[in-house]
Design a protein around this ligand. Sequence first.
Ligand SMILES: [Fe+2]
Length: 275
Amino acid sequence: MPKSLLNLTVKKYGPDYIHKKIYDGKVFIFNNSNYINNIINIVEQYFIEIFGIEIKTFLCDKDNLKFPEKEKLFLKFQNKIKLCRNISLNFLKFLNELGLSSELVFMDQSSLRYSPQKGFRPFGKLIPTPPHRDTWASNIFGQINFWFPIHDVSPNNSIYIVPKYFKKKIENNSKQWCYETFKKSINYPSAPYTKIKIKDHDKLHIKIQKGQVLCFSGHHLHGSHQNDKKRINLETRIVYKSKLNSDFKPINNDSYGKTKKKNWFKNVISNKYLD
Ligand SMILES: [Fe+2]
């Protein structure tokens, strides 16, 4: 396993342990959380409710649905996940298992991502993203990302991280990118990105299976792999408002956006936005 990837069983580590390592660029994969399994079960049930078939049938193209119908149902499915309080509460419990306190967790909505086979059309506006830091969009440098597939995926159909750029300046279009334009447009990127060529050996290819959760700093350069298989995954981002956040969060070298998107992050219990 690469040095920067730590594979850990879910247990109470204390928020400082994880927080400090994430802010130092370490990448975690967490295993064996019943709360993550609960979330996957909820997602699978919603899929059956909306599509009338199981996810595995959809993934191997054994359904009889045409593209427009599939897209319509998928957007409905995506919206249902975003609004599901049960998913947010299970995710919060998973964070509690790691030692994070609920009152300090500010969470973004859970986003369900569909990545088609290479060369195929995506559903809706979420096209697979070129390499980017999430912090180019949020301007919140303490942001922590979580990413997990809801079925087994291969390393060349998951995401990749490029650790060598964690503390380096990268050319990107965060100065021009606008969130409001993204919300109103089709074919507009969901985040600012870079056009730099990344060598394959600099990429940390993430080997992750159903039930595991990837956790990394939103400041890491990362992107999406596509191959000849479809992929469905869940992702969310949090800000953990402990003292470490202000003292140790990554330093901005290259984000030129003007607004901090504090209203993307809400406390699940109090419903208060990040201030
Ligand atoms: Fe991202």
